[in-house]
Design a binder for this molecule. Structure first.
Ligand SMILES: Cc1cc2nc3c(=O)[nH]c(=O)nc-3n(C[C@H](O)[C@H](O)[C@H](O)COP(=O)(O)O)c2cc1C
Length: 233
């Protein structure tokens, strides 16, 4: 199984260790990125990705390494420490750059067959809203199966985490890793993903206010009989 692990932080703290622990339980094929080390250009709000195409983003080239790995992976793992109840700024910035991949615009068909995991740690609280920050993007990219791991580590680094807590983390991570292995290659979108897809399909067919989106949906055959979760005939 191919895994891409995208860390919303440069350092190897609790969040990183949990992400790495999960990945290693699943596969040896892990491609790892750190933000902002591997992508640090801030979205300038030019909207070229929406109104023209992704290639017009001034930061198109600097994202390609991560995006190629993202599209090729069977499993996407996003990690972020909780910073004031939300994702880190570098993770948010990376997700902002992928707005054009949302279902309302031009989702990549490969996403509809992947699994993903959001991982966050906090000293005490804020994992739910932080994981939601990441899960929102994953869901609207089209990913049908998203797991969330939020741990209150009561520490500011991995060395400060107690051995009891580490045992609890190990158990939780092992359980999720088994589910992911079992479901690899078998996931299909549920009612929520399909429901959004069909609403977007209706918008593209009937209203189509953004020309590049309409063109994309038409070319993909999604306004007719093709579906992103099925192999193209
Ligand atoms: C800027 C900043 C903001 C933080 N905000 C929160 C917070 O809102 N809630 C919380 O419980 N911990 C907060 N923390 C603590 C970290 O989320 C916590 O220590 C986390 O486990 C660090 O993960 P790491 O070891 O991967 O860096 C914050 C830490 C920093 C540096």
């Amino acid at each position: 199984m191919k895994i891409v692990l995208i860390n919303g932080q440069n350092h190897k703290g609790s969040t990183y260790h949990i992400g790495r622990m999960l990945a290693e339980k699943i596969s040896e094929n892990i491609t790892e990125f750190f933000l902002p080390r591997d992508f640090s250009d801030y979205c300038i709000g030019c909207s070229q990705c929406f109104s023209v195409c992704a290639q017009k983003c001034p930061h198109y080239n600097s994202q390609q390494k991560i995006l190629n790995a993202l599209d090729e992976a069977d499993l996407i793992i996003l990690t972020s420490p909780v910073y004031v109840y939300h994702v880190s700024a570098p993770m948010k910035n990376f997700l902002d750059h992928q707005g054009h991949r949302w279902m309302v615009h031009r989702p990549n068909p490969s996403m509809f067959r992947k699994q993903a995991v959001c991982i966050s740690t906090a000293a005490g609280a804020g994992m739910r809203s932080t994981n939601k920050d990441m899960a929102d993007s994953l869901f609207f990219w089209g990913i049908p199966k998203i797991y969330k791991i939020g741990i209150a580590v009561q520490a500011v680094n991995w060395d400060g985490v107690t051995s009891e807590k580490k045992q609890y983390i190990e158990k939780k991570v092992t359980k999720i890793s088994r589910k992911i292995i079992h479901r690899n290659g078998k996931v299909i979108p549920g009612i929520k993903t399909k429901g959004f897809f069909y609403i977007m399909r209706m918008i593209q067919s009937k209203f189509g206010w953004c020309e590049p989106d309409v063109k994309y949906w038409t070319e993909m055959g999604w306004t007719k009989k093709e579906r992103p979760w099925k192999e193209k005939k």
